[in-house]
Design a protein around this ligand. Sequence first.
Ligand SMILES: N[C@@H](CCC(=O)N[C@@H](CS)C(=O)NCC(=O)O)C(=O)O
Length: 220
Amino acid sequence: MYTLIIGNKNYSSWSLRPWIALRAAGIPFTEQKLGFFTEEFSRRVGAVSPAGLVPVLLDGEFAIWDTLAICEYLAERHPEARLWPQDARARARARSLTAQMHSGFGAMRQALPMNVEAHLPGIDFPAAAQQDIERLQAIWRDTRAAFGQGGPFLFGEFSIADAFFAPVVSRFTTYGIAASGPVRDYMDAVLALPAMQEWTRDALAEATFVPEDEPYRKQR
Ligand SMILES: N[C@@H](CCC(=O)N[C@@H](CS)C(=O)NCC(=O)O)C(=O)O
């Protein structure tokens, strides 16, 4: 049986990736949520992961950390869940995009932190973040056109690539990023996933601990 250790659902964009992959694939797991800034977080996560970060997947006692390693493990252990596209080229493209999301778009991440409960339209982002936003939208548009025939997600059926972009869809929703055509359709498909709606409900219900000086607190 799996246990997925995660952070606050309102903020933890990394935690959302394997959580939504597990839920969307119907793989049973127990969630253990730890509040950021708590002593319990450092103690529990530090005991199972040298990285000291969430998420961590426990398969029994065995720990897997880092979202890419976790999702690859799930794809290997559950081939029937088809977490990667079946076609070799589609799978290679899905892996390229997943890796690009894993290690890139730093300017966007910094300027648009995930904050599910907030609504913060109209912020003037730095040029590098704006470029990231446009590159992400182009990726979604081009991938849907090239590989998306079999369903509403990037490669038709839901895949790990969508799990990695789901937090970006949440960020773009929070910051009211303009979207139309296939980009809007793709975002709507992600937002309509029962797993995404469950995460959002849980995030809104959280009594999130937000430090007084956290800038977004003032803008909610
Ligand atoms: N590359 C890691 C990054 C994980 C990460 O940055 N997690 C953040 C939460 S979203 C964290 O645990 N932050 C707590 C801290 O820095 O103490 C992954 O893919 O899992």
